[in-house]
Write a protein that binds this ligand. Structure first.
Ligand SMILES: C[S@@+](CC[C@H](N)C(=O)[O-])C[C@H]1O[C@@H](n2cnc3c(N)ncnc32)[C@H](O)[C@@H]1O
Length: 319
């Protein structure tokens, strides 16, 4: 597989689906099957899945209207096998029911932002490209990064940077934001990146730039990313057929922890608190975990797609 074989759309954006070999290995079924791609993006993974099995049908979901347009183009070859929905993957069961699907063979979530979103300065995701502090995956949403910075209470800002950015000096940063916004509201990405460095200091050589985690925190808050993931996982398992699989690719430890803990709980025969003399939870295991450790990209993939370096794939199968 080379780069040219990946989905390329007319507007010139190219998206390389991460862990493409591994996703295909886990999500290729024989014969007719129904697959939900909850993070359709440009349709990179979906296109490979549909090509690998000409009898596979797809429900592709994305909340980003631009992504859906690209995917529509890239998946034209599959004709009526493709159903597209603009919406949140936390409502995937509802989207499936709307097209008459009450169970599916596989659900894929490749969470986080896509390359086209990061590379477009107007979307405001990148800390090195000047643009508005936006960061909405769904442009219909009212919540932007600048609204959060300019209007949220100091304690709430501290919570966002601590919980979603794992920033130890979150209270100092929140205090400084509140002081500064009284003089001038935050509007631009580069301006906020510079502000983070002025408050928290520059990172040491070889470490991630200081604003990276601040941007991550804001993005998670703008898009409610962690709650979306938790809700999607709990919708996914009941929707799977026996032997059906849910596969999740995550890019940072906060997401990976949610997936790991969810799978572990769903695979457990008993979820009673430790120390209970007898089991009272009556919790039958729902899944078996197929990836004891998260699957990571191979060196040759990382070589042509740096973003694959932090990707982790976990897969569970309904029992
Ligand atoms: C990493 S990209 C997926 C790329 C895709 N796998 C491909 O191969 O082209 C993540 C996509 O998921 C979408 N997304 C993220 N969170 C979402 C959510 N909660 N509901 C629906 N779409 C979401 C983003 O808009 C983005 O287009």
């Amino acid at each position: 597989m080379n780069e040219e074989q990946f989905a390329t759309s007319k507007d010139g954006f190219k998206h390389l689906p991460v862990l493409y070999r591994e996703v295909l290995e886990y999500l290729t079924f024989d014969g007719p099957c129904r697959i939900i791609d909850g993070t359709l993006g440009s349709g990179g993974h979906s296109s490979l899945i549909l090509k690998a099995n000409p009898q596979a049908e797809l429900l592709g979901i994305d909340r980003d209207g631009d992504a859906l347009e690209r995917a529509k183009e890239n998946l034209k070859f599959a004709g009526k096998r493709v159903n597209l929905v603009r919406g949140n993957f936390s409502e995937l069961a509802n989207s499936a029911n709307e097209i008459g699907w009450d169970s599916v063979d596989a659900i894929l979530l490749d969470v986080g932002v896509s390359s086209p979103q990061i590379d477009d300065s107007k979307r405001g995701f990148a800390l090195r490209l000047d643009g508005p502090l936006d960061m909405r995956m769904d442009k219909r949403s009212q919540i932007t990064a600048s609204r959060i910075l300019n209007y949220r209470a100091e304690t709430e800002l501290a919570r966002i940077f601590y919980e979603y950015g794992e920033e130890r000096r979150s209270r100092r940063l929140a205090r400084a934001i509140v002081e500064r916004r009284e003089e001038k509201p935050f509007e631009r990405t580069l301006e906020f990146a510079g502000f983070c460095e002025s408050v928290l200091g520059k990172s040491r050589p070889g470490k991630l730039p200081t604003p990276t985690k601040c941007f991550q925190a804001l993005r998670i808050a703008v898009n409610d990313e962690l709650d979306e993931l938790k809700r999607a996982l709990s919708e996914a398992v009941p929707l799977l057929k026996k032997g059906g699989r849910v596969a999740v690719i995550s890019f940072h430890s906060l997401e990976d922890r949610i997936v790991k803990e969810f799978f572990r709980e769903q695979a457990a025969e008993c979820i009673c608190p430790p120390g209970m003399p007898v089991c009272i939870c009556d919790h039958p295991a729902q899944v078996k975990i197929l990836t004891r450790r998260p699957v990571k990209a191979q060196a040759d993939e990382i070589e042509f797609n740096r973003r694959a370096a932090s990707a982790k794939l976990r897969v569970a199968e309904k029992i």
